[in-house]
Design a protein around this ligand. Structure first.
Ligand SMILES: C[S@@+](CC[C@H](N)C(=O)[O-])C[C@H]1O[C@@H](n2cnc3c(N)ncnc32)[C@H](O)[C@@H]1O
Length: 263
């Protein structure tokens, strides 16, 4: 019996296949170059998870898509400060009373991104952190888990940090600390371009902390040794609180130290 074998031309010989192949190759080149066109916009990646959006040709606008806010104790600024920060000579360490062999236990009543707490814990202090924003608290939990999973020194530092969720005005009477740190959101600066992206992102989440004076007054009743208010170097003092005992003045930040003399 005669066997029929159907002849099919190779892919590239098919007249209809050629444009499809060319199209696929063009896509491949485009993807390889890091640029993808979608919905009239062009997305471009820098290869590190950051994407830029180009608008229409006529707009010629280039907008950076900001990276998502995250608490990162493993890389970046915090890790750099851990290695090169200057230890107990740093202003915040002096303000909180870490000197020589003295290491007070600390309450950070405004935990935020946890940077100050992490620094103080890296210098040996036991730090109780309080954060009232649900979102910031969740970011802190994730950041602490990631850092602890690294093991070694990072795990030890995280082991000295305890995170509480709630308003410090409610929780301070329940926890005891020799030194209380308060770093409320600072008054918005006139030139917003100068404000770091991360701070803008935190402000979008938590707002303005307008009750900072109440928090300082309450902390003054509960700190065994001192309350430290971290505030912009040139900003007016917060209204409605007593004058501080002394100040540690940095280039952009100052620490108003209120000795309480209870411990
Ligand atoms: C400027 S950030 C603190 C930054 C922090 N020092 C750091 O190193 O990342 C202020 C944070 O304090 C929190 N906060 C302000 N008042 C608070 C209060 N009464 N109780 C708990 N958290 C408070 C805000 O929600 C915000 O996350």
């Amino acid at each position: 019996m005669l066997q029929r074998t159907r002849y099919s031309p190779p892919e590239t010989d098919r007249p209809l296949a050629r444009p499809a192949l060319q199209f696929a190759r063009a896509w491949f080149r485009l993807l390889n170059s890091g640029a993808v066109v979608a919905g009239g916009k062009q997305l471009k990646t820098d290869g590190h998870g950051h994407w830029s959006v180009y608008g229409d040709e006529s707009e010629r606008s280039l907008k950076k898509v900001p990276p998502e806010l995250r608490v990162d104790f493993v890389n970046g600024a915090v890790a750099h400060r851990l290695r090169f920060g200057g230890g107990r000579g740093q202003d915040i360490a002096k303000a909180m009373g870490l000197r020589g062999g003295k290491t007070p236990n600390i309450i950070d009543a405004t935990a935020g991104l946890g940077r100050d707490s992490f620094l103080l814990a890296s210098l040996g202090a036991q730090v109780t952190m309080i954060e009232r924003s649900e979102k910031m608290h969740a970011l802190l939990v994730q950041g602490m888990e990631r850092a602890a999973a690294e093991g070694g020194e990072l795990r030890e530092i995280i082991g000295r940090m305890t995170l509480l969720k709630g308003d410090a005005k409610d929780l301070l009477p329940e926890v005891s600390g020799e030194a209380i740190l308060i770093d409320p959101m600072h008054p918005p600066r006139k030139s917003s371009a100068l404000v770091k992206l991360e701070l803008r992102q935190v402000r979008e989440i938590v707002g303005n902390d307008d009750d900072a004076a109440d928090l300082v007054r309450l902390a003054l009743r509960h700190a065994l040794n001192r309350v430290v208010l971290k505030w912009p170097a040139k900003a007016d003092p917060i209204q409605g609180i007593r004058p501080c005992t002394h100040q540690i003045l940095g280039k952009t930040t100052r620490y108003d130290v209120f000795m309480t003399g209870q411990g």
